[in-house]
Design a protein around this ligand. Structure first.
Ligand SMILES: NC(=O)c1ccc[n+]([C@@H]2O[C@H](COP(=O)([O-])OP(=O)(O)OC[C@H]3O[C@@H](n4cnc5c(N)ncnc54)[C@H](O)[C@@H]3O)[C@@H](O)[C@H]2O)c1
Length: 428
């Protein structure tokens, strides 16, 4: 069996490797020639994926990559893992999916299975993608080719999270489509969970991410409320999580980040309007989470004020550009929002991130492109009026930070247990 995986990013690359390791021949397809070159050389471009893992599958001839979509005609199945961002009006942008559909449609043959993995609103697979595929191929979904949706469940930065052992939800356009998709994933994934339709599978992924977004908003709100009462939210969560049932810990932070939680819930909000439905929890959670960077900047202003300093003119170091600890993924990182807010208030802003030496181009934060992480040594760090911890990277020596910087604002509770002086650390 030879399969294709379109979109070799954070989702597509590990999935390709898992199929290849399971003995399936995988052709990776991407429009980015740099990724294709890297794979051919057995070189990784994602921090938590070892080059040796790619090299092993490439040299075993189980994994190769190309930009040539005509090669879809060689494949029995195609899995699509392309981005699904929001546009500048915060509406779903499924153009990457549709363009992929247009690119593969002329080359799919009778019996090909097409599976969408990109997170999206219910109806994308069996309406939008189906129409593009049928138009471009002249074939009918369900009878001539098979169509399914299976959401990705990645936990970036979690070393115990292995693609093979994460149960995979699958929904098919028809019962036969479902059977084909189950058989495909069964080759590489231990547990496949069938649901009744592509829409149910799409909705499952949205529920999972909305659940996180709403719960993070809840602890963010409680953080602010408890801080006013002089109660430490981290202590409270750590105590609450000793309850062996009915509680699951979520942690506050400087705002949402990453490619999923800040974005995916709004795919549902948009689609729900078509059905005259409101998504109030999603909107409220969005409002609370979006307010976090402002709260944090205000706390920083208080911390500086206590030292008779103003934000305006102060040198502020943001510690952590990645949206999540121990990863090099800076998409939608709240650190950008914090840097923008501080710059607007007249601060001189820099960042340190052991995993991101330089800011590569992004659509939303172009003005920071090319900015380099400062060096981690006493001479460089002691020059900052304050350090704002936005990401809890384990590679950072927080005791050194405490030794070098007199004013630290901590949004991640990483300074707990570090020897500090009175008034040096401000939780935020
Ligand atoms: N990153 C995660 O942790 C995660 C988790 C679950 C779900 N998802 C979802 O999976 C999807 C992919 O996310 P990702 O994080 O892997 O994105 P990514 O940006 O890391 O990778 C996407 C890849 O698709 C390629 N691409 C873009 N347009 C293309 C096209 N027309 N044809 C072929 N390739 C194209 C890009 O070059 C890139 O290599 C998104 O819908 C996302 O919401 C991501």
């Amino acid at each position: 069996m030879q399969i294709g995986i379109v979109g070799l990013g954070y989702v597509g690359l590990p999935l390709s490797l898992q199929f290849a390791r399971s003995g399936v021949t995988v052709l990776g397809l991407d429009i980015d020639p740099a990724k294709i070159d890297a794979i051919a050389k057995g070189a990784s471009y994602i921090k938590h994926i070892e080059s040796s893992a790619i090299a092993a599958e490439v040299s075993a001839m189980r994994f190769s990559a190309s930009t040539d979509f005509r090669r879809v005609k060689e494949l029995d199945a195609v899995i699509i893992c392309v981005p699904t961002p929001l546009n500048k009006n915060r509406e779903p942008d499924i153009s990457f999916i549709l363009r992929t559909g247009e690119a593969i449609a002329p080359h799919i043959k009778r019996g090909t299975l097409v599976v969408l993995e990109s997170t999206t609103y219910p109806g994308t697979t069996d309406e939008d993608l189906r129409q593009v595929l049928e138009k471009g191929s002249g074939l009918k979904a369900g009878s001539d080719f098979h169509l399914a949706f299976s959401p990705e469940r990645e936990d970036p930065g979690n070393p115990n999270s292995k693609v093979a052992s994460i149960p995979k939800v699958v929904g098919g356009y028809t019962p036969t489509c479902l059977e084909k998709a189950k058989a495909l994933y069964g080759k590489a994934i231990k547990s496949v969970i069938p649901v009744s339709s592509c829409r149910a599978a799409e909705a499952t992924k949205l529920l999972e991410n909305i659940f996180r977004g709403v719960n993070i908003a809840l602890v963010n709100e409680l953080k602010v409320v408890y801080a006013a009462m002089d109660i430490d939210i981290w202590e409270v969560i750590n105590a609450a999580k000793t309850k062996p049932f009915g509680f699951m810990p979520f942690y506050p932070g400087p705002g949402l980040g990453g490619h999923c939680i800040p974005i995916d819930p709004f795919y549902l909000t948009w689609k729900a309007r078509e059905f005259g439905q409101n998504t109030r929890f999603i909107e409220l959670a969005g409002e609370i989470n979006t307010a976090m960077p402002n709260y944090v900047v205000n706390r920083l202003a208080e911390a500086l004020n206590a030292k008779r300093k103003a934000v305006n003119g102060s040198r502020i170091l943001l510690l952590g550009l990645a949206y999540k600890a121990n990863v090099d993924d800076m998409r939608e990182s709240p650190t950008y929002v914090l840097m923008d807010l501080l710059k607007k208030r007249g601060a001189e802003v820099a960042y340190y991130d052991p995993h991101i030496p330089i800011i590569t181009p992004t659509r939303e934060h172009a003005e920071w492109t090319g900015t380099k992480s400062v060096a981690w040594n006493k001479d460089s760090i002691k020059n900052f009026d304050a350090v704002l911890i936005a990401t809890a990277h384990e590679a950072v020596n927080y005791q050194e930070l405490a030794d070098w910087c007199a004013c630290i604002v901590d949004t991640r509770n990483v300074m707990r247990g570090v020897k500090v002086s009175e008034g040096q650390v401000w939780p935020a």
